[in-house]
Write a protein that binds this ligand. Structure first.
Ligand SMILES: Cc1cc2nc3c(=O)[nH]c(=O)nc-3n(C[C@H](O)[C@H](O)[C@H](O)COP(=O)(O)O)c2cc1C
Length: 323
C-alpha cells in the first residue's frame, strides 16, 4: 500500500484527492471517493449557506470518512464560507484568490475551526503565498488539467513547488488519470495526487451521460485553453483560461470573443440548455488532456483502487532497473 505524509495528515488510506469541481462534483461522488479511502471534495462555489449545510450533512449520511469542500476564493460569499466552517468538513480546499485578497484570514479561520487548509496554485509564487499564509497542503496544478489552469505544465511545476514550499506536503494535479500519473507525481516529489477529469467520467459524477461519453471519446489532443465559457457565463476569472473540449460551441466563438461578449446572455442560456440536455457539441465541457487516457465510465471507488494497484505494480516493476 502506498502511504505518504498526506495520508496521515488527511487521515485517508490513499493519497488520492477528488478535485472540488464546482458543477463537477456531487454528494454521491464525494462519498464514493472518501469511502474508497481517498479524499472526496465537494465544490460549493455558488452554494447558498443552507445548501452548504445540507450537502455537508448529506455527505456525512453516506460516509464517516474525511472529506473536503472547495471554494473558489475570488467569488466566495462570506455567508457560505461561514456556513462551511460551522459545518466542519475536515478539509477546506481553496483556490484562485484574487491577487489583492489576503489569504491569511481565510486560513486562520479554517484553523480556528480545527480544520485543514488546502490551497491550489498554478504558479510557484502563488504556492509560496499560500504556504506563507499558513496552508497545510499545497496543490500544484499543471496546465494539462481540466477547468481553469495556469500556463506551466505539471512536469516542471510540481518539483518547483515542492522545493519552494518544503517541508509542506504537495499534491500534484493536472493530467493525472491513472497509476502511471501517480508514480510520476511521487517521483516529482509530490506526496499524492488530485484528479478532476478522471472522476468526471464515473458512475457517480453529476455530468449528463452524453458529456461523460465525450470524455471517453476525447483523444486528449482536442482541448484548448479559452475564455469562451467564462465570457458566455459573464465571469471574469482572475488570471486563468479554462481548458475545454474544442467542440462546436468553442469553434463557433473562437476569434470572435468580442461578439460573444455582446451576445453573452443568449450564449449563456444556450450553453446551459446544452449542458442539461447532454448536447456535447454545444455545451462547455471543461476537461484535461488526460481525457486521452480515459476510455470507460467506472465507479469512482474502482478508479481509486485501480490507481493504487497500478502504482504499486509500477514501483515494483521499476526495482529491477536498479543495478
Ligand atoms: C469541470 C471542472 C471544474 C473545476 N472546478 C474547480 C473548482 O471549482 N475549484 C477548484 O479548486 N478546482 C476546480 N477544477 C480543477 C480541479 O480541481 C483539478 O485541479 C483539475 O481538474 C486537475 O486536472 P485533471 O482534470 O487533469 O485531473 C475544476 C476542473 C474541472 C475539470
Amino acid at each position: 500500500m502506498l502511504h505518504t505524509r498526506v495520508c496521515d495528515l488527511l487521515n485517508v488510506s490513499h493519497p488520492i484527492v477528488l478535485g472540488g469541481m464546482a458543477s463537477g462534483t456531487s454528494v454521491p461522488l464525494v462519498a464514493a471517493v472518501s469511502g474508497a479511502g481517498g479524499l472526496g471534495t465537494l465544490g460549493v462555489t455558488g452554494f447558498s449557506p443552507s445548501q452548504v449545510r445540507e450537502q455537508v450533512a448529506a455527505i456525512r449520511a453516506l460516509t464517516s470518512k474525511p472529506f473536503g469542500v472547495n471554494f473558489l476564493l475570488f467569488e466566495t460569499q462570506e455567508a457560505s464560507f461561514a456556513a462551511a466552517l460551522e459545518a466542519r468538513p475536515p478539509v477546506m480546499s481553496l483556490a484562485w484568490a484574487r491577487p489583492e485578497q489576503n489569504l491569511r484570514p481565510y486560513i486562520q479561520r479554517v484553523h480556528d475551526a480545527g480544520l485543514l487548509a488546502m490551497y491550489m496554485a498554478s504558479e510557484v509564487p502563488e504556492a509560496i503565498r499560500a504556504a506563507e499564509a499558513g496552508a497545510d497542503v499545497i496543490v500544484a496544478q499543471g496546465t494539462e488539467g481540466g477547468g481553469h489552469v495556469g500556463w506551466i505544465a505539471s512536469l516542471p511545476l510540481v518539483p518547483m513547488v515542492v522545493r519552494a514550499v518544503a517541508p509542506l506536503p504537495v499534491l500534484a494535479a493536472g493530467g493525472i488519470a491513472d497509476g502511471r500519473g501517480m508514480v510520476a507525481a511521487l517521483a516529482l516529489g509530490a506526496e499524492g495526487v488530485l484528479l478532476g477529469t478522471r472522476f468526471l467520467a464515473t458512475d457517480e459524477s453529476p455530468l449528463h451521460a452524453n458529456l461523460k461519453q465525450a470524455i471517453v471519446r476525447s483523444n486528449g489532443h482536442d482541448t484548448v485553453l479559452t475564455e469562451i465559457p467564462d465570457i458566455a457565463a459573464g465571469r471574469v476569472w482572475p488570471g486563468a483560461m479554462a481548458r475545454t473540449l474544442r467542440n462546436r460551441f468553442v469553434e463557433q466563438w473562437a476569434g470572435r470573443e468580442w461578439t460573444l461578449r455582446r451576445h453573452a446572455h443568449a450564449a449563456r442560456e444556450a450553453m446551459q440548455t446544452a449542458r442539461a440536455n447532454g448536447d456535447a457539441e454545444h455545451a462547455a465541457i471543461l476537461i484535461g488532456q488526460d481525457a486521452g487516457l480515459i476510455d470507460s465510465i467506472l465507479p469512482a471507488s474502482e478508479i481509486v483502487q485501480r490507481i493504487v494497484t497500478e502504482a504499486a505494480r509500477i514501483i515494483a516493476d521499476l526495482q529491477p532497473l536498479l543495478r
